[in-house]
Design a protein around this ligand. Structure first.
Ligand code: ZN
Length: 247
């Protein structure tokens, strides 16, 4: 399983950066997870729009799904459009982004598979287990298994036993860490710090930890140090262009 980070900014894209966007590849299948703001230009530096085989979206905040629109445009506004793109999301999560263009313009570009969090999905060679994790809108964390490797991804969430469950023994936990050490009072039930994420990675026994969704202004060095204070495994920061081979 190969993970490529397209972007790792939380909330909005910093200068020259992109928001959440992760390309996960196995056996030639390309799954795009969370096409957030500005991720499509990074994606198109690596593959063409028609080479994406499926999209999984954790929740409907635009920093996780806004670039679904340019991806669908790139696939459909051409003479030889590819087959409709399978898109997996929670019910209603994509209503806003799918309504950006005039009605019907993108209808043939995708097939929407709305799922209920808590169940399992098979997406190409990936087996996916999902959990509803606490955020300000419904958010599905995911545990992706392929070729005996496991990648767990939180979307956006405050700490939860369900994060630990999804990440149990995972080869890599890709975890939202909007803040380094202290989560502002009004976000404590929605978002996490790197320190909290380090604790959860330790509890889960995850082999590696990658911090993502750092809000612009969050000090990456401080975030990594906060996570490492709680967690002994290898810890990194998700930055555009980073590729990790989990095999
Ligand atoms: Zn969010």
């Amino acid at each position: 399983m190969l993970l490529t980070i397209l972007g790792g900014c939380g909330a909005w894209p910093g200068a020259g950066q992109a928001c959440s966007g992760y390309l996960v590849e196995h056996d030639g299948f390309r799954l795009l997870v969370d096409p957030g703001y500005a991720t499509v230009p990074r994606l198109l530096e690596r593959i063409t729009a028609d080479q994406v085989d499926a999209v999984f979206i954790s929740h409907g905040h635009p920093d996780h799904c806004a670039d679904l629109n340019p991806l669908l445009r790139a696939r459909t506004l051409r003479d030889d459009p590819p087959a409709p793109l399978p898109v997996y999301s929670l019910p209603g999560a994509l209503d806003a982004v799918l309504a950006l263009d005039r009605p019907g313009m993108l209808t043939d570009a995708y097939v929407l598979h709305e799922f209920t969090a808590g169940g399992s999905l098979d997406i190409g060679p990936f087996h996916a287990r999902t959990r509803l994790l606490p955020h300000s809108v419904p958010n599905a964390g995911i545990r992706l298994t392929a070729g005996e490797r496991v990648l767990a991804y939180t979307g956006d969430t405050c700490p939860s036993p369900d994060v630990v469950d999804l990440a149990r023994g995972a080869d890599l936990l890709l975890a939202e860490a909007t803040y380094a050490d202290r989560v502002p009072e009004d976000s404590r039930r929605h978002l996490s710090s790197a320190r909290q994420v380090g604790r959860q990675a330790k509890e889960a026994g995850a082999r590696h930890l990658l911090l993502t969704h750092l809000q612009p202004g969050t000090d990456a060095t401080a975030a990594q140090a906060a996570a490492e204070a709680e967690y002994d495994g290898e810890t990194g920061i998700a930055t555009s262009g980073l590729t990790i081979d989990l095999s």
